[in-house]
Design a protein around this ligand. Structure first.
Ligand SMILES: Nc1ncnc2c1ncn2[C@@H]1O[C@H](COP(=O)(O)OP(=O)(O)OP(=O)(O)O)[C@@H](O)[C@H]1O
Ligand SMILES: [Mg+2]
Length: 228
């Protein structure tokens, strides 16, 4: 069973002459790492927003675990799919880094000591401990990206969609992120990562979906597939 399935999905923004996406058929399994690549403006971000219900298709249907996404509230989708926006400024809203990372856990009713432990682990993994009391929006681009990642990863959602997660990350942090995604993939969690970073995609993803001018042009396997 596909975790997410798009069936003949098309989408147009209001007041635009031609659709941004046309006739998209795509199935994503709950295991493994898929990458979504394509030129600027090809519709990658729009496609991910359709997958998490921020946008609704103009035609066609998106299914989450075989149920139409139209039957889910945004909160229900958010409990199954962690979504990282292309711009972390759209994601961060708490007054400290530690609060930001723990927010989703608190919201889900985790006990305080479990939240503290999980936040401590993620602060440490993403090397954010010195900034735990800082205001998230005052951090550097790469630091904000890491806070957004840690916050979305904290509750361990079943599936992750990351829109350009390597922007602002140095080589070492990119490797840490790739290693983390591979680790959670081994635990049976799926990821879709939108990226222009060819080497990150080759080293991290099992499968690459190519989008051009709003249509899927093909799916490829990567080198990473052989080495895992
Ligand atoms: N809110 C919006 N209203 C109108 N048009 C939009 C809106 N958001 C995006 N578009 C248009 O839809 C097309 C696809 O945009 P989208 O952001 O999905 O592309 P992308 O593949 O993610 O690009 P990038 O690589 O630059 O992130 C672009 O032509 C863009 O101008
Ligand atoms: Mg985009």
């Amino acid at each position: 069973m596909a975790f997410l399935k798009l069936n003949e999905v098309s989408f147009s923004y209001p007041r635009q002459d031609r659709p941004v996406l046309s006739g998209i058929d795509l199935a994503l399994e709950q295991e493994g790492i898929a990458a979504l690549v394509g030129p600027n403006g090809s519709g990658k971000t729009t496609l991910t927003k359709l997958m998490v219900g921020i946008l609704s298709p103009s035609a066609g249907e998106v299914y989450l675990e075989e149920r139409s996404l139209r039957n889910f509230s945004l909160a229900q989708i958010g409990r199954r799919i962690g979504y990282i926006f292309q711009n972390p400024d759209h994601q961060l809203f708490c007054s400290t880094v530690a609060e930001e990372i723990g927010f989703g856990l608190k919201h889900r009713g985790w006990p305080l000591d479990a939240i503290t432990e999980r936040v401590k682990f993620l602060l440490d993994y993403f090397e954010l401990t010195p900034y735990r009391k800082a205001f998230p929006l005052h951090l550097s681009r790469g630091e904000k990206q890491r806070v957004a990642m840690a916050a979305v990863l904290a509750p361990e959602p079943a599936f992750l969609i990351l829109d350009e997660p390597t922007v602002g990350l140095d080589l070492y942090r990119k490797k840490l992120l790739g290693d983390y995604l591979k680790k959670i993939a081994r635990l049976g969690r799926g990821t879709l990562v939108v990226s222009h970073d060819h080497s990150f995609v080759q080293n991290t993803a099992d499968r690459v979906v190519v989008l051009e001018r709003g249509r899927i042009q093909g799916c490829e396997k990567t080198k990473g597939q052989e080495t895992r």
